[in-house]
Ligand binder design. Structure first.
Ligand code: MG
Length: 368
């Protein structure tokens, strides 16, 4: 059995090609602070995972917290079989209540090991790949309406056909942002207006009503589930829930209330691939489509996303993204790369990546 002997964490900075990323509430990030986890086993097989919060103000998660939490949890996993994902998650949940983002990279690293032991890509273990590739979306950082529309046209020329506008600011400006961007679309394109909890309920209702003739999805308009539900009940636009969807129970509640048509499933928001897969499969069974992604990350987070996305039935994979194309630093070889707005999960065992040790440097956590 591949017994866990050592757990390490590495800190890595991921600057952005565009210089910064801006979303609701005046929030922005210029350099992402990411953490790579390495889980080593007695058989010499190692697995890797990555956790990169979208700064400390987006979800209850932050980079230093991830590293502190990983150091706190690691002793509970030393000596365990790395391939027993259910047992490992049970141990993590027993040792540390909540903090799903802390557990995510550890869980993903053990999926990488499971794949290497089985000799199969993670996507096969997650259900198998549908087709040759899957489509990506591009997040359009919050900016002046005309500039955001130009970005839509620019990324369209790079092969993207799905665009997620960062709104959630001044409602009048957001209405312009949505209308200007929609003019750049062509048949078959998808436009999402993601407020990232930035509107009050009355602002959200104003915007949703003002764009009722635009082919656009509304994502997470307000902070609370109740506010989002009120907006949902008054709009004819298809509706996505993201920040409030943090567990299988929350998805069940949303389906009961007919609160959304699509959920945004971020791997670290729910604690890793083990729990993300449960939610993915439940949503598919219940007819709810998914955006499959993470809070952010580089090559390793992108590989994990690709394996979960590629093993999701295409009718239910609303969209997904390639974070490694937003950042200037490559942290692993073998990671999937965008081609004509689409991506493919790797065919090598596990996640199919190998960390670039010269980029990661020395571990900041080493236990075992
Ligand atoms: Mg979102």
């Amino acid at each position: 059995m591949p017994k866990i002997t050592r757990i390490e964490a590495f800190q890595v900075d991921l600057p952005l090609h565009e210089g910064s990323y801006r979303w609701s509430g005046g929030n922005s990030v210029e350099v992402f602070d990411s953490t790579v986890v390495a889980v080593h086993t007695a058989e010499g097989i190692s697995g890797y995972g990555e956790i990169c919060p979208l700064g400390p103000a987006y979800l209850p998660a932050y980079a230093e917290g991830a590293r502190t939490g990983i150091a706190r949890l690691a002793p509970h996993l030393i000596g365990c079989d790395a391939t027993e994902l259910g047992v490992l998650n049970g141990r993590m949940d027993a040792a540390l209540r909540g903090h799903p983002y802390v557990k995510s990279a550890l869980d993903v690293a053990c999926w990488d090991i499971l794949g290497k032991v089985a000799g199969l890509p993670a996507a096969t273990l997650l259900g198998g790949c549908y087709g040759d590739s899957f489509p990506l979306y591009r997040a359009i950082s919050q900016d002046l309406p005309q500039r955001m529309a130009e970005k839509v046209a620019h990324y369209r020329s790079e092969g993207y056909s799905k665009f997620q506008l960062k709104v959630g600011g001044d409602p009048d400006t957001d209405i312009e942002r949505i209308r200007e961007a929609a003019r750049k679309l062509e048949r078959g394109d998808v436009l999402v207006a993601d407020a990232n909890t930035g509107w009050t309920q009355h602002q959200a209702l104003r915007v949703a009503d003002a764009v009722r003739d635009v082919d656009v999805y509304i994502e997470q308009p307000c902070a609370s589930y109740q506010e989002c539900l009120a907006v949902r009940r008054h709009t004819n636009r298809p509706f996505v829930l993201d920040e409030v969807v943090d567990s299988l129970g929350m998805v069940a509640e949303g389906i009961r209330d007919q609160a959304m048509d699509v959920i945004n499933l971020k791997i670290s928001k729910v604690g890793g691939l083990t729990k993300a897969r449960q939610i993915r499969d439940f949503c598919v069974s219940m007819g709810i489509a998914l955006t499959i992604e993470d809070t952010w990350g580089g090559d390793i987070a992108t590989a994990a996303i690709a394996h979960l996305a590629h093993s999701t039935p295409p009718d239910y994979l609303f969209t997904t993204t390639d974070f490694n194309s937003y950042v200037t630093v490559s942290i692993a070889e073998g990671a999937p790369r965008r081609k004509d707005g689409r991506m493919t999960a790797g065919k090598a065992p596990g996640l199919g990546i190998e960390p670039r040790w010269e980029v990661l440097g020395k571990p900041v956590v080493s236990i075992g």
